[in-house]
Design a protein. Structure first.
Length: 250
């Protein structure tokens, strides 16, 4: 099955199934999709997603983004508004205690996100819906505008929780850079003059390896282990983590 789904009207839509875990299992296909903007999906693409089994759509964009570019709606899936921004906790303050990574503009932002109480609530909802997605023919799609930053962090958290190794997680994150080869898509959709300019700058910045390491560095600095972060910050208990693995791994 294709990793990158080049469907009309979709941006950076990708399948997460098939990735191997350190335990020797693999992520099930047709259970997890990550994406950018889905406000322009065509009828043909909607038919594809219906056959795919799409049931839950988690929208990480700000309320302003959701208002200006609303998700395409349908009777076969439900959209859950789940804005990561604006950050309202102390994530940025905590992130600045960590060593600066001058090579990564996105690194400090990502650290702020994973440490911010509001953003943690957003990713907690994502995991709640992942736990509800127990039927074999149903799937979850989570997205933002570019499908790189807010979505990228979500994918890191999911893949790490399911036991995917960091090299594979990094490779998945960097696949977003293929999208930047299409300049028209970037300029027309991800750098809108009516949008939040801070988010625009993030959307226009290519993914880098340091961003991934910054996320894990922040989590381990303040929570000791990734499992502690899942439990204490996102409310995913050890029992629920095992349930997630039952749902999403073959």
């Amino acid at each position: 099955m294709k990793r990158i789904l080049n469907l009309n009207g979709a941006i950076n839509l990708r399948e997460l199934g098939g990735y191997p875990t350190v335990s020797g299992k693999k992520l099930k296909y047709q259970k997890l999709l990550r994406s950018g903007d889905i406000s322009n999906l065509t009828p043909k693409t909607m038919d594809y997603l219906k056959n795919y089994g799409l049931k839950y759509v988690v929208d990480f964009r700000s309320m302003n983004e959701q208002k200006m570019w609303p998700d395409k709606t349908s009777d076969f899936y439900k959209v859950y508004p789940d804005p990561v921004y604006p950050l309202r906790g102390n994530g940025e303050k905590l992130a600045r205690v960590l060593p600066d990574n001058e090579d990564s503009y996105l690194g400090l932002i990502y650290q702020s996100v994973v440490l911010d109480k509001h953003a943690q609530q957003s990713y907690s909802l994502l995991f709640e819906l992942l736990l509800e997605n127990t039927e074999p023919d149903q799937s979850v799609l989570f997205h933002c505008a570019a499908g790189k930053d807010r979505t990228g962090i979500g994918a890191i958290l999911i893949l790490k929780a399911l036991g995917v190794d960091m090299e594979t997680i990094t490779q998945d994150y960097l696949l977003t850079n293929l999208m930047y080869e299409d300049a028209d898509v970037i300029e027309d959709t991800l750098n809108d003059e009516n949008g939040d300019q801070t988010i625009n700058k993030m959307n226009m910045t290519k993914a880098d390896v340091q961003s991934i390491s910054s996320v894990i560095e922040a989590i381990e600095h303040y929570y000791g282990t990734f499992e502690n972060y899942l439990n204490e910050a996102l409310g995913v208990s050890p029992e629920q983590l095992e349930k997630l693995k039952e749902i999403y791994l073959d």
